[in-house]
Design a protein around this ligand. Structure first.
Ligand SMILES: NC(=O)c1ccc[n+]([C@@H]2O[C@H](COP(=O)([O-])OP(=O)(O)OC[C@H]3O[C@@H](n4cnc5c(N)ncnc54)[C@H](OP(=O)(O)O)[C@@H]3O)[C@@H](O)[C@H]2O)c1
Length: 321
């Protein structure tokens, strides 16, 4: 595994690389994900995990929601096949809160452990802000799991600035930091910069984990180079991608102009901007459905855009406000 600079996950003692791998794609063909991703054989999952790891990525993000354990299990088997020891890898997974109360958190932790087949949960996140319970009740249940040694750190996902503050305060009463907020953030979706989430994360020392950092592939430039590829994307994603195609073309042209100077791809420049523009606050979890996606994701950590290039990308991607 390549030796790359690490960052602290929030104010925890957990060290992560600026890029982790999202493995939602491992749920392909299962439940609601059959409308989004095709089924993936375990051999492909194994190759994706091994490639990400060998490229230097030290953490992976999954969730209960991704096929009710299917993605977690595929990930665990991929890690095992690659000979990666539990103590060397960081695993983030998520509890699904919708139509549940915080009492479900201790009830379902054994399921997460079973699907992870011996790999420990380093970061356990509340997947959505929608629940029958308050953030305070959820954070107390999560803190109990930390006390019991079942998880190492607590995060949230898709939380507003106000909900983040509540979660942070509730955990502080138990002596733990809120490690992270996992949110939709990429060069075509920058709303966290104006809705208080980024500012609050910086103030409280909470890591922002950017999901869909490549805008579901739009920021690779592949649809601009070959719009026919859009027809082959699952209906669940096609409409949004179509809407983004025309407005993102000037940005893609700029990324394509910058990329060769770093011997990088368009996707790698888009990821590199995300993990450097806000200092150490933002890390990203690109998803991969093919081995070369994982290789490119890891390669995005092996260079650093100049300040001037980051400013140009900032200006070209800033939404009209
Ligand atoms: N917390 C939440 O609510 C939430 C929501 C969504 C996602 N997530 C997390 O975030 C992770 C990433 O999200 P995402 O998968 O939606 O986002 P993404 O990284 O923006 O997009 C991944 C998709 O882009 C394409 N792609 C990736 N690398 C490529 C490359 N080098 N060249 C060409 N195409 C490439 C692939 O599309 P094809 O498969 O079509 O080839 C891949 O499936 C997930 O795995 C999950 O862990 C969290």
């Amino acid at each position: 595994m390549a030796n790359l600079p690490r960052r602290m996950l929030g104010k925890t003692a957990i060290e992560i690389t600026p890029i982790g791998l999202g493995v939602m794609q491992f749920a392909g063909g299962k439940g609601v994900f059959r409308f989004v991703f095709p089924p993936m054989p375990q051999s492909e999952m194994n190759a994706i995990v091994k490639t990400a790891w060998e490229g230097g990525i030290n953490w992976l993000d999954t969730a209960e929601m991704y096929g009710k354990g299917y993605s977690e299990q595929g990930l665990a088997r991929g890690l095992n096949a690659a000979g990666i020891a539990d103590e060397d890898v960081i695993i983030a997974t998520k509890w699904w809160p919708v139509l549940r109360t915080a009492r479900n958190i201790p009830r379902t932790i054994a399921d997460r452990q079973r699907y992870l087949e011996g790999y420990s949960i380093d970061l356990y996140q509340v997947h959505q802000p929608y629940s029958f319970s308050s953030p305070e009740a959820e954070m107390n249940a999560m803190a109990d799991l930390v006390d019991a040694g079942l998880i190492r750190a607590v995060g949230v996902s898709n939380f507003s600035a106000a909900s983040m503050r509540r979660a942070h305060a509730a955990l502080a009463l138990r002596g733990y930091p809120l490690a992270s907020n996992q949110v939709h953030y990429n060069l075509l979706e920058r709303s966290i910069e104006v809705n208080g989430v980024m500012e609050t994360a910086r103030e409280l020392g909470i890591t922002i984990i950017a999901w869909s950092p490549l805008a579901s592939g739009m920021l690779t430039g592949k649809f601009h180079h070959n719009p026919d590829q859009l027809a082959r994307t699952p209906p669940g994603r096609r409409l949004r991608l179509k809407r983004q195609l025309a407005r993102s073309r000037p940005l893609i042209d700029l990324l394509a102009e910058i990329a060769p100077r770093y011997e990088a791809s368009i996707a790698q420049v888009a990821l590199n901007w995300l993990i450097h523009f806000h200092g150490d606050t933002v890390v990203a979890i690109p998803g991969a459905s093919r081995v070369h996606h994982a290789a490119e994701a890891a390669g995005a950590m092996h260079f650093r855009l100049s300040d001037e290039d980051m400013q140009r990308i900032d200006e070209a991607s800033r939404p009209q406000r």
